[in-house]
Design a protein around this ligand. Structure first.
Ligand code: ACO
Length: 397
């Protein structure tokens, strides 16, 4: 490592801070986290209260506009979103260009980026009307694009949105209904998905959100910036962890390893094995989202007939919470430890897990981009570096 004193002498007045561990790039009034105490609030409201009493759409409004909507405001917001769910017919051809086994995350990011070619009337970052309509278009169309990416991977026909339904109901139907068969929504499952989306809606300056702000700081439009956020979220160290937890649980089950043996492997750092879904850069306490999700996992899995993998997850958690290795390092379950099990019980394939995260995080990305673009203190994101290459030398004659 560098000592700060010698760094300043060598490089002039710059701070060397890989991963921006100690550098605030912005002031923000959107989300508050206290990692030591395990506290998360959106616009001041505790996440536990929002998860219990609010809806995903209301939380989206809260994050983006700063205050909870009145009943009329929420109704208008909902109606506007319903009116924008249709994708341009030509955009449907776009999905045919990808291989059948394409991962839905790059399909989603490509389609979101492509929205700027169809909606050239809403690209000016400094025109509030453009920003407003781009916001509504993204909230309405991202779940539809996500459902189409899923249908494409299944080789099934894509249905048109049914605007008598709200955003979450419509998304479930577009993912799971097939034209020839009746489809009935389960209100408990819709409620559980709505709640999971609330819990993912914002998390201050995480990697994907910081990316959305960085791209937007060059005055790139909202579609381009959100598309970059989707790509950042695709990384296994970020949104991809929910998929990794399920893979871990499946392997433990398939190989018949006992939770005790697996924990020994983790603690001995054999082959770099980690207990996926545990630990967090900011939370050094039980992730407040994981507490709520654990209960939801029990409720939904009880309804859908249980899952042996849930038993394994619970045993691993119980062992970890009582183990000195985890206690000393302050490793607790994070948001991803139980989500995969719920998504699986709902019928989503593993490839869709990170897409569900993206749908949830969308209002946060939009809110943070809008805060960035209207903040007079915003400057184009342009970090400095500490040059370590060759000194000046001459090209050989
Ligand atoms: N299992 C076992 N040991 C762990 C785990 C884990 N899940 N997480 C951290 N540790 C250990 C490390 O080995 C290290 O031990 P050491 O001090 O003996 O070397 C110590 O705890 C500190 O770990 P770091 O990797 O330095 O912590 P960091 O803050 O950089 O990493 C991270 C946080 C990436 C989340 C890490 O805990 C991890 O890899 N967890 C598993 C993957 C995961 O669940 N990611 C989802 C994050 S949440 C999200 O993105 C929504």
């Amino acid at each position: 490592g560098y000592a700060i004193g010698s760094l300043l002498k060598d490089t002039g007045n710059v701070t060397y801070d890989p991963g921006f561990m100690n550098t605030a790039n912005t002031k923000s009034a959107i989300t508050y986290i206290d990692g030591e105490a395990g506290i998360l609030r959106y616009r001041g409201y505790p996440i536990e209260q929002l998860a219990e009493k609010s809806s995903f759409l209301e939380v989206a409004y809260l994050l983006i506009h700063g205050e909870l909507p009145t009943e009329t405001e929420l109704e208008e917001f909902d109606q506007r979103i319903r009116m924008h769910t249709m994708l341009h017919e030509d955009l449907k051809d776009f999905f045919n260009g990808f291989p059948r086994d394409a991962h839905p995350m790059p399909v989603l990011s490509s389609a979101v980026s492509a929205l700027s070619t169809w909606y050239q009337d809403s690209l000016d970052p400094f025109n509030p009307e453009h920003v407003e309509v781009a916001t509504i278009r993204l909230l309405a169309k991202v779940p539809v694009i996500a459902a189409y990416a899923h249908k494409k991977s299944m080789g099934q026909p894509m249905l048109y949105p049914d605007n008598s339904m709200n955003l979450v109901e419509n998304f479930m139907r577009l993912c799971f209904a097939v034209p020839a068969e009746p489809y009935e929504l389960d209100p408990d499952v819709v409620k559980a998905l709505d709640q999971l989306l609330i819990l993912h809606a914002d998390h201050e300056q995480n990697c994907s959100t910081a990316t959305v702000r960085m791209v937007g700081s060059a005055d790139a439009n909202l579609f381009a910036s959100v598309s970059a956020g989707v790509n950042a979220l695709f990384g296994p160290a970020h949104g991809g962890a929910n998929e990794a937890v399920l893979k871990m649980l499946r392997n433990i089950h398939a190989e018949g390893i006992s939770p005790e043996t697996f924990m020994e492997k983790v603690k001995n750092k054999e082959d770099g094995v980690r207990l996926m879904g545990f630990g967090h850069r900011v939370y050094k306490n039980y992730d407040p989202r994981a507490k709520i999700i654990k209960q939801t996992a029990h409720d939904i899995l009880e309804k859908t007939g249980g899952d042996e993998l849930l038993e394994i997850a619970m045993k691993l958690e119980e062992k970890a919470l009582a183990d000195d290795y985890f206690i000393e390092r302050k490793l607790y379950p994070n948001v991803d430890f139980y989500t995969g099990l719920i998504y699986k019980a709902m019928g989503f394939p593993e490839k869709m897990f990170t897409v569900l995260f993206a749908i949830g995080r969308l209002p946060g990305w939009i809110a943070q981009w809008r805060e960035m673009i209207t903040d007079p203190a915003t400057k184009i994101g342009r970090p400095r570096q500490v040059y370590t290459g060759a000194a000046e030398r001459n090209y050989p004659n």
